[in-house]
Ligand binder design. Structure first.
Ligand code: AGP
Length: 600
């Protein structure tokens, strides 16, 4: 149950557990719709028979509504077998019809139950649980992590995975399986990964990994360097609060120790031949949601530093539009979880087209980290709150590092210029801390706006993706309609939305520098002010024009234009979190969302 609690961020609309009872001839199961607390209450009232072998599941519904019946584990063979599943079995309908035709009755609408009955049929034909699991995975199409127990094999749990995570925890006289190491790191820090279509059999004293044909596979264990406290709230009321305040460390840790003695960037894993990197003529960033906005920020910097075109593509759109990708394309996949199915499938498509892929990923050993040709880990630590904050800043930081590495490799920028930019980056954690320490005014204004129904966000240049991210945070956390616009786009239509007292948040660029867009954005402010909008402005310290135009001004420290998003997004995160809190919403687990969208 503790492990499930730490996995809840992956989806929490129902949960269940099945135990192989100590008299070892049956299973005891409980499952409930709703958050894990509902299941815990059920178990308190109706405790299961004791046992030391069990499987548990917290669900994010894909097939079948989040009901008690559709919650996992699902049973088969008259309750002797229990199965849980993450992912989507794409051919489940045909398999279901085949099973029904054979007389099987279904208790749920889920694709998972289909796999359970297939497993029972294979065992009835004389196979062991492990052999049956291999036979079943050969018949399934789609993405799945499956775990199953059979009361006839009371000391055994069998798991299988394809396009969905499954990690093994190696303990002392006990072993574990989980979607994420966080499920068992309080018991063991030694883990190992499974490859595609591999099946793992665990007992208290053995872990056997085989391929789909049953041939044993050797997998190298690795040690996990996250400690459980890192995933606790650390004194903050919510994970969201904690993680917003983790951001100085997330940026500093992502920057730390990145350069070798010759000042060359060091990637975390894998390599891409420098000849390939020198020959690339296009960079394509693929990501979803907040990670895509991080890619949009990075685009401005990388294009400026490297003089290579950078396209930012929503992963779920990318592979269906027959993109122009070649061996001279460098794909940068940005993903906190490393398990976003849309991004995984886009990565595979790009690799099939011959592109090299660098993953900017937060979760060690995740699918994208393992399948990319090289990895640059964001060292944000476990991000538990569903809405991404510290990973966003870490993603931008890592993308900047990649841009600097490429610019040096290709001779666009020279070591002294790069050293200067790195110095500015090294100063950012303290500046982010300054924003956090002076954030009470924005918390106050947010609480006063809990009744608002719409908020618009405007930004220009790198401020545009910041506006998009600010709007996304408000949507995700406070369930308020919010929209981000490029400030220059307003007059081409969206200005029709402006009416009296409509709150508009504007990211005002620094007034410093010849090419500053400060005046242009002030014009945008005047356009909306003239139509009665309520003006909230993020401005750089020392900007004494901003208060002449705004109803509320929130300052951030001076920073180079390209690095300013690392500061400007923080007040917008705090605004969304505080406003949602004032509405009494659960900012760690917003409705309808899951931390990692592991289905396409
Ligand atoms: C972030 O606040 C959102 N929850 C969501 O947009 C997220 O960024 C997106 O699903 C991508 O997730 P990933 O970074 O794990 O790939």
């Amino acid at each position: 149950m503790a492990g499930l609690a730490r996995l809840e961020y992956r989806g929490y609309d129902s949960a269940g557990i099945a135990v192989v009872t100590e008299d070892q001839n049956s299973l005891a199961r409980a499952k409930k719709a709703g958050k894990l607390a509902v299941l815990a209450a059920e178990l308190k009232e109706h405790p299961l028979a004791p046992g030391t072998v069990a499987i548990g599941h917290t669900r994010w519904a894909t097939h079948g509504a989040p009901t008690d019946e559709n919650a996992h584990p699902h049973l088969a063979a008259d309750g002797r077998i229990a199965i849980i599943h993450n992912g989507i079995i794409e051919n489940h309908a045909a398999l279901r019809s085949e099973l029904k035709a054979g007389g099987v009755t279904f208790a749920s609408d889920t694709d998972t139950e289909t796999a359970g009955h297939l497993l029972a049929a294979e065992i009835d034909s004389g196979l062991s649980l492990a052999e049956a699991m291999r036979a079943v995975t050969r018949r399934l199409e789609g993405a799945f992590t499956l775990l199953a127990v059979d009361a006839r094999e009371p000391h055994t749990v069998v798991g299988a995975r394809r396009n969905s995570p499954l990690v093994v925890g190696l303990g002392e006289n006990e072993n574990f399986l989980g979607s994420d190491v966080i499920a068992f790191i309080e018991h063991t820090r030694t883990a190992l990964e499974l490859g595609q279509d591999e099946v793992v059999v665990i007992t208290p004293d053995a872990v056997i990994v085989t391929d789909a044909d049953g041939d044993e596979v050797q997998r190298e264990p690795y040690s996990i360097d996250w400690d459980t406290t890192a995933a606790q709230k650390g004194g903050f009321p919510t994970f969201m609060d904690k993680e917003i305040h983790d951001q100085p460390a997330a940026v500093a840790d992502t920057l730390r120790g990145r350069m070798d003695d010759n000042g060359r960037l060091m990637l975390d894993a894998g390599i891409i031949d420098e000849g390939v990197l020198n020959a690339i003529d296009k960079i394509v960033v693929i990501a979803c949601g907040t990670a895509a906005y991080a890619g949009m920020v990075a685009k401005y910097a990388i294009e400026h530093w490297c003089r290579i075109p950078v396209e930012v593509e929503l992963a779920h759109e990318f592979r269906y539009r027959d993109p122009v990708v070649s061996v001279k394309t460098l794909v940068v996949a940005i993903s906190q979880s490393g398990e976003t199915m849309d991004t995984i499938m886009a990565v595979r498509h790009a690799q099939q087209q011959g592109a090299s892929v660098i993953g900017i990923v937060n979760v060690q050993g995740s699918t994208i980290a393992r399948e990319a040709d090289a990895v640059l880990y964001t060292r944000a630590g476990p991000e538990i709150a569903v809405a991404s904050t510290k990973a966003f800043l870490a993603q931008i930081t890592a993308a900047f590092l990649l841009g600097l590495f490429l610019s040096e490799l290709r001779g666009n920028k020279y070591s002294d210029e790069i050293a200067e930019i790195l110095e500015e980056l090294d100063a950012m954690p303290a500046k982010i801390q300054w924003v956090l320490d002076t954030s009470e005014p924005i918390r106050e204004i947010a609480r006063s706006m809990a009744g608002e129904r719409t908020v618009l966000f405007l930004g220009r240049h790198v401020g545009f993706p910041v506006a998009l991210e600010g709007a996304l945070k408000l949507k995700e956390l406070a369930y308020i309609h919010a929209e981000g616009f490029a400030a220059g786009e307003l007059k081409h239509g969206p200005i029709a939305l402006i009416e009296k007292d409509l709150p508009v948040f504007i990211v005002l660029p620094s007034p410093r520098g010849r090419e500053s867009l400060h005046a242009k954005v002030l014009s945008s402010i005047e356009e909306v002010k003239a139509r009665g909008a309520r003006i909230l402005v993020l401005a750089e310290e020392g900007d004494d024009e901003a208060p002449l135009y705004a109803d509320h001004v929130f300052y951030v420290p001076e920073a180079p234009v390209l690095l300013a998003p690392l500061l400007n997004v923080v007040p917008l995160q705090i605004f969304a979190c505080s406003l949602a809190g004032a509405k009494g919403y659960d900012v760690d687990q917003p409705r309808n969302l899951a931390k990692s969208v592991t289905v396409e």
